[in-house]
Design a protein around this ligand. Structure first.
Ligand code: 5RP
Length: 226
């Protein structure tokens, strides 16, 4: 199977999960990226069951609205029961690197407001140790150089994502060459750097359920092991 076919399979599995578990009329949290885009398309047959969706990016907002799903402001939502999103890497502890699409800040906000984070990914995203994928760090532009120096002191090689501005008006430093053996410690350390808005490590709030697209079908992994 191609990577796109594996993504399609997990997108459909996530839509089935939503159909089964999201209360009728509830608001759904929706992520960003190519896998999330396939998930949005797979929502079409059940969109009438949704009260609306919170979008983790402007791109996702546009796709949801194009499908006729009302987009709700996060500030108007008390709590989401389900958030579905992709990942760039995920380890066996359900910690992730996200932000390949530069949307990790809003993704983290939506994930923090959700009871269940469902990660949808093809098998290539499952790794023993996070860090082969460059870690995206969103930075307020005037702090770029000083944050880059601190990231280099952690052992990484930060590179400015050229020609890219986040939905929040900031820049992204992609940090190459990190081997992240303690994702929570690294997430916390980078968050302490003044000028960092959010880094793409999702360890403090990892995934609860992973739907992983493999050659033998969609495999389910749960944080609780059930
Ligand atoms: C965007 C993200 C995406 O979830 C991540 O980049 C995975 O994308 P794709 O599904 O295209 O592989 O974090 O900021």
């Amino acid at each position: 199977m191609t990577q796109d076919e594996l993504k399609q399979a997990v997108a459909q599995a996530a839509a089935d999960y939503v159909a089964e578990h999201l209360p009728e009329g509830a608001i759904l949290g929706v992520g960003t990226g190519s896998t999330a885009n396939l998930f949005i398309a797979a929502l079409a047959p059940i969109k009438h069951r949704l009260g609306g969706a919170v979008a983790s990016s402007e791109a996702t907002r546009q796709r949801l609205e194009a499908l006729g799903i009302p987009v709700v402001d996060m500030n108007d939502v008390e709590r989401l029961s389900i958030y579905v999103d992709g990942a760039d890497e995920i380890d066996s502890g359900m910690s992730m690197i996200k932000g390949g699409g530069g949307a990790q800040t809003r993704e983290k906000i939506v994930a923090a407001g959700a009871d269940t984070f469902v990660c949808i990914a093809d098998a290539s995203k499952r790794v023993p140790v996070l860090g082969r994928f460059p870690l995206p760090v969103e930075v307020i532009p005037m702090a770029t150089r000083q944050v880059a120096r601190q990231l280099a002191a952690l052992g990484g090689t930060p590179k400015l994502r050229e020609g890219f501005t986040t939905d929040n008006g900031n820049v992204i430093l992609d940090v190459h060459g990190l081997s992240i053996t303690d994702p929570l410690a690294t997430e916390t350390a980078i968050n302490q750097m003044v000028g960092v808005v959010t880094n793409g490590l999702f360890a403090a709030r990892g995934a609860d359920l992973l739907l992983l697209g493999t050659e033998t079908g969609v495999q389910r992994f749960s944080r609780t092991g059930q």
